[in-house]
Ligand binder design. Structure first.
Ligand code: E4P
Length: 217
């Protein structure tokens, strides 16, 4: 299972990278705005900075909603760095653009996916990644994990190569449950990754080991 971090915060990306378990980064316009990164040139510069920190794929989202401008923006993003994955919204024009980019061998991430039907279309269009938004479904009292299992089943039935990138992860149990369901990738905040570390018995056990070592020295 690949671990992506879902942020545009360079310090958090560096911290996850330093742990040695990071496979990539996802961003979106809201995450960029949260870091105060605004304006096209600053945003493009920030994508490059992220690519220079991590080794893996970095999703960069188009803003356009029509095919021609999506293609123009996506090509510009893809030309920035070899690690860039063009992130496209799950709308009709986005599906067309996904097919365009996959035919050209440019990696894509279909975002804002909330149904199995949308995920099936993304795979048919040759998406590299499909991003079902688990947490946002949970937010509206719908079982986000059920969607992950439906997509897994559909993709396995037909050996689709599109990777399931479970997105909108909010906490460590989302990560664990996605792993149990066979999600290829998860993207979440640093807290969800670091939360996997924690267990009070580990801390108690380590304190006892160190205490006993000190007694004999
Ligand atoms: C996915 O790529 C999105 O950036 C993200 O996971 C959305 O998460 P949120 O629902 O916590 O905003």
């Amino acid at each position: 299972m690949k671990f992506f971090i879902d942020t545009a915060n360079l310090e958090q990306i560096k911290e996850a990278q330093a742990l040695g378990v990071l496979d990539g980064v996802t961003t979106n316009p809201s995450l960029m705005a949260k870091e105060g990164i605004t304006g096209k040139e600053n945003i493009l510069h920030h994508y490059k900075a992220i690519c220079n920190i991590v080794d893996g794929d970095v999703s960069a989202e188009v803003i356009a909603t029509d095919f021609d401008t999506m293609v123009k923006e996506g090509e510009e993003l893809a030309a920035l760095h070899s690690q860039i994955v063009v992130k496209l919204p799950m709308i009709k024009e986005g599906v067309k653009a996904c097919k365009y980019f996959s035919d050209k061998g440019i990696k894509t991430n279909m975002t804002l996916v909330f149904s199995a039907g949308q995920a099936l279309l993304a795979a048919k269009a040759g998406a590299t990644y499909v991003s079902p938004f688990l947490g946002r479904l949970d937010d509206v009292a719908t079982d986000g994990l059920h969607l992950i299992s439906e997509i897994r089943q559909i993709y396995d039935n037909y050996a689709f190569e599109t990777e399931i990138l479970s997105a909108s992860i909010r906490h460590t149990m989302h990560v664990i449950n996605c792993a149990k369901l066979g999600s290829d990738v998860m993207t979440g905040p640093l807290s969800a990754i670091m939360g996997l570390l924690k267990h009070p018995l580990t801390d108690i056990g380590l304190a006892k080991f160190l205490e006993d070592y000190q007694k004999g020295n």
